[in-house]
Design a protein around this ligand. Structure first.
Ligand code: NDP
Length: 297
């Protein structure tokens, strides 16, 4: 079988164009410009790159981008004070605190201080609860991106067997909730699951969010299944170089799958696109405007 490659880069470009079109309309018809505030504490090199990319993408779709770069020694109190100011600022519709935060700051306390309506990462405990009970919420960006690609590929997901490998709060659990919301029969597997290959072979949709390079091989994949590889792992490529691979062994899984996301160029690009989509949704909701279609769960 030759698997269809689900091109996340092209899909994300489409989502960004869609968001940009909505932003333009919002500006023209309502004189509203959606705004995203990103808070970075410290100078972790990877986080700095993420924040830079988020800023560039935000500006590219016509939104306002508010960057707050704070020194690593910023106190928890000062960070909470900034969150309170952003919560109260009507020009800010989305707030994202780049994780991880320095050890002296309680991440859960900070995330839960964000106004849930502006919590575009979908990590606030209220949004977690709303998603878990099937209510309108802000949905974490990476699983939302996976859901969009799955809906685009399958149309309806109703009745399909989905296996999510990984139970983290940011990917595995919300992914499972979203698939359940679309009426899949969902299994969540993790490091204690027994006979993981057999569990995975029952999947029409297999989502890998494990953080272990190329762990999922072809013998985990049912013929014709759709494989969504969330993993981003940097491995040694010899000669002092590195390369990115997913949690799935691409060639091996592609030989079995009906469709598969590559790494890079699969789920990764969808994450920032969904951050923009969430900011647009938050802005629309805060002004009582209709939510943009196709950009929410
Ligand atoms: P976590 O480390 O938080 O969670 C990993 C999960 O995988 C855990 O639930 C763990 O189980 C499970 N696991 C670990 N080893 C095994 C194993 N041998 N068999 C079965 N399950 C196992 O990772 P995240 O969810 O944060 O991220 C997962 C991957 O997705 C990473 O590669 C990360 O880089 C990537 N990622 C990509 C994003 C993107 O934008 N594309 C965004 C976020 C993450 P247990 O709970 O039992 O320990």
């Amino acid at each position: 079988m030759t698997a269809k490659i689900i091109d996340g880069k092209a899909f994300a470009a489409r989502v960004r164009r869609d968001v940009a079109a909505h932003v333009k309309t919002m500006k023209e018809r309502h004189s509203i410009t959606p705004g995203l505030a990103v808070v970075l504490v410290g100078d972790d090199p990877a986080s700095r790159v993420y924040v830079k990319n988020k800023h560039a993408s935000t500006v590219e779709v016509g939104m306002n981008s508010f960057e707050h770069r704070l020194p690593a020694e910023t106190s928890e109190g000062d960070l909470l004070a900034l969150i309170a100011r952003l919560n109260a600022d009507p020009a800010v519709h989305g707030i994202l605190v780049q994780l991880p935060l320095p050890d002296h700051i309680d991440s859960a306390l900070v995330i839960n201080a964000i106004d849930p309506a502006k919590d575009v990462d979908g990590f606030h405990i209220s949004n977690v609860g709303l998603l878990g009970t099937g209510q309108k919420s802000m949905v974490p960006c990476t699983p939302l991106g996976c859901l969009m690609m799955l809906r685009d590929h399958h149309g309806s997901l109703s009745g399909l067997n989905a296996v999510v490998v990984g139970r983290s709060n940011i990917v595995g659990k919300p992914m499972a909730q979203l698939l359940l919301g679309d009426s899949c029969t969902v299994t969540i597997a993790h490091s204690r699951s027994q006979d993981l290959p057999a569990i995975c072979r029952g999947a029409d949709i297999l989502v890998a969010a494990v953080g272990r390079p190329e762990m999922i091989t072809g013998d985990f994949v049912k013929a014709g299944a759709t494989v969504i590889d969330v993993g981003i792992n940097r491995i040694d490529a010899g000669a002092g170089k590195t390369r990115l691979v997913g949690d799935c062994h691409f060639d091996n899984c592609a030989a079995q799958a009906g469709a598969i996301t590559p790494v890079p160029g699969g789920v990764g690009p969808m994450t920032i696109a969904c951050l923009l989509a969430n900011t647009l949704t938050a802005c629309a909701r805060s002004h009582g405007l209709p939510e943009p279609e196709g950009l929410t769960a």
